[in-house]
Design a protein around this ligand. Structure first.
Ligand code: BG6
Length: 514
């Protein structure tokens, strides 16, 4: 492949960071985090809030109230938070002084009504102190089994009674299959209105996932060819280099299908394949996403095992950096059949996509960390030119979600010289080079949107259910005849089991190996 032809995005106006950003101002409020002693709060939520503070996007009338069962004081909570923000605090020590004054803590057990009553009083007090105007966003960063009960407890304490001023953010996983997701939706809707519920999928917070919509719907060159007439296949990949780490307790019961595919990969699929919405409004966008998921199906519903491959990593790495196999990880059953890799083939039965295969894959301990959407275009109907090095390659548009965020387009050009031979080159767009700054962490965007009451990037109840329905044939086989979908071992650090290559080889295709 020739070296990439670089395309710089013209910044036209002020090229400084501030000139490129368009930010909305978050109204006064208190963000209540349940599960404040947990990993997510320390690793993602508070760092994201501090980033919003540093970007001056939080109003001065703002507070964070951490809640968990531990009997910490406000000061202890601040001290516990500090280590996870070390680098950010070092860069903004005064900012931290001022931000941390708005951090509070209240010991709360969501199962105890007296704790909820105390929480109500504490919120009143914080409201007087910080003038948060009774706007409250409750973030449930707790065990998924407590989502329904958590909403019930908040409603019973009268904390969700004003839909204009109170919201609930719910982490994934939302259910473990279609029936449990439906039941959870039913339960949650008993206590709050749909417009108060913000189901978070942090992939939707990634700038590059949102960019798929801008690329498709702000340009005239892509949309006319974004269909079965021009596109022959689509690959969606989320590859990780990490293993299960300390999360065996959760992961053993989940596996890659529930952990990554039902949510993150399916959201990328929905945004890639949806119809253009009439207007850029939360419900019109979510309608289109729900519609395309409702039209999606496993390539072979009758024999799901022919459209799905599961894998599990085994020992790998090098002698100086050995990698433990999944079954030897702490907390994992030595006979575990939980998949750490999954590949699937789907179709979308609508006018735009009929017959175009969509291949999804994700795995842990793969050779590279990367998420991308690859659209391969149909072959030229006639090949007039010989290609250097064999057959000419089909045009390909790669949307790089992470890392190295951007996109590249592959097309054939004339190879230099007196002959008329073609060879492929890539035209490249990089966020970093064009905008000179890395994009925000997904949680920065999503926390801000939840506090703004903007549900565009959150999954609606029907989307969640459609996503579970899509994978129900696979989950049914795993329940009733698991031997039909065995986990194929793959060595840690390789691109997954050979069976996954066979899934594409049957269609004369190869996975992209960047
Ligand atoms: C989480 C999964 O939702 O996403 C993890 O539970 C996974 O298992 C993570 O590692 C990947 O997120 P990202 O943003 O690093 O691709």
């Amino acid at each position: 492949m020739e070296s990439a032809a670089k395309v710089m995005v013209s910044t036209l106006t002020n090229p400084l960071r501030v000139g490129l950003r368009q930010e909305r101002v978050i109204p006064p409020q208190c963000l209540v985090i349940f599960g404040a002693s947990g990993d997510l709060t320390h690793r993602k939520l508070v760092p994201a809030l501090f980033e919003l503070f540093v970007q001056r996007r939080l109003p001065s009338e703002f507070a964070v109230l951490g809640c968990a069962r531990r009997p910490w004081s406000d000061e202890e909570f601040r001290q516990k938070i500090e280590p996870s923000l070390k680098a950010a605090i070092a860069a903004e020590p005064e900012g931290w002084q001022s931000f941390s004054k708005g951090l509070f803590y209240e010991p709360v057990d969501l199962r105890k009504p007296q704790d909820l009553a105390r929480l109500g009083k504490r919120l009143e007090q914080i409201d007087r102190l910080r003038a948060t105007r009774h706007n409250t966003t409750f973030y449930l960063s707790v065990s998924p089994s407590h989502y329904g009960a958590g909403c019930r407890a908040l409603a019973a304490a009268g904390l969700l009674s004003d839909p204009e001023r109170s919201r609930v953010v719910i982490e994934k996983p939302f259910g473990t299959d279609l029936a449990s997701a439906q039941e959870l939706n039913r339960l949650v809707k008993t206590y709050a209105q749909e417009r108060q519920i913000f189901r978070i999928d942090h992939y939707l917070g990634k700038e590059t996932v949102q960019n798929i919509m801008v690329l498709r719907f702000a340009n005239t060159i892509f949309e006319p060819i974004w269909n079965r007439n021009y596109i022959s296949s689509v690959q969606i990949t989320a590859a990780e280099t990490v293993g299960v780490e300390e999360r065996a307790g959760y992961y053993e019961g989940s596996g890659a299908l529930r952990d990554m595919v039902q949510n993150h990969l399916t959201q990328m699929l929905a945004i890639t394949a949806m119809e253009p919405p009439g207007r850029f409004e939360p419900e019109t966008i979510r309608n289109e996403k729900a519609k395309v998921l409702q039209a999606s199906r496993l390539a072979d519903i009758e024999s799901p095992w022919s459209a799905c491959v599961r894998g599990q990593y085994t020992r790998g790495g090098s002698s100086n950096r050995p990698v433990t196999g999944y079954r030897e990880e702490p907390g994992v059953d030595p006979n575990s059949t939980t998949e750490t890799y999954v590949a699937l083939k789907l179709f979308i039965d609508n006018w735009r996509w009929q017959g175009v295969p969509f291949y999804l894959r994700t795995g842990k301990h793969l050779p590279k960390r990367l998420s991308e959407v690859v659209l391969t275009f149909r072959d030229a109907p006639v090949h007039l030119f010989d290609a250097v090095g064999g057959a000419s390659m089909a045009n390909q548009l790669v949307l790089r979600i992470q890392p190295d965020e951007g996109a590249n387009l592959r097309f054939e050009v004339k190879a230099p010289g007196s002959g008329m031979r073609s060879r492929p080159i890539e035209m490249d767009f990089s966020y970093d080079e064009s905008f000179g700054e890395p994009s925000d962490e997904g949680y920065v965007r999503l926390l801000a949107d939840a506090m703004l009451g903007d549900p565009t990037l959150f999954t609606r109840n029907d989307e969640v259910e459609a996503a579970w329905r899509l994978y129900t044939p696979v989950l049914d086989v795993l329940e009733d005849a698991p031997w039909q979908l065995p986990v194929h071992p793959y060595e840690a650090g390789t691109w997954g089991p050979a069976a996954s290559d066979t899934l594409l080889a049957r269609d004369d295709l190869l996975w992209r190996r960047p």
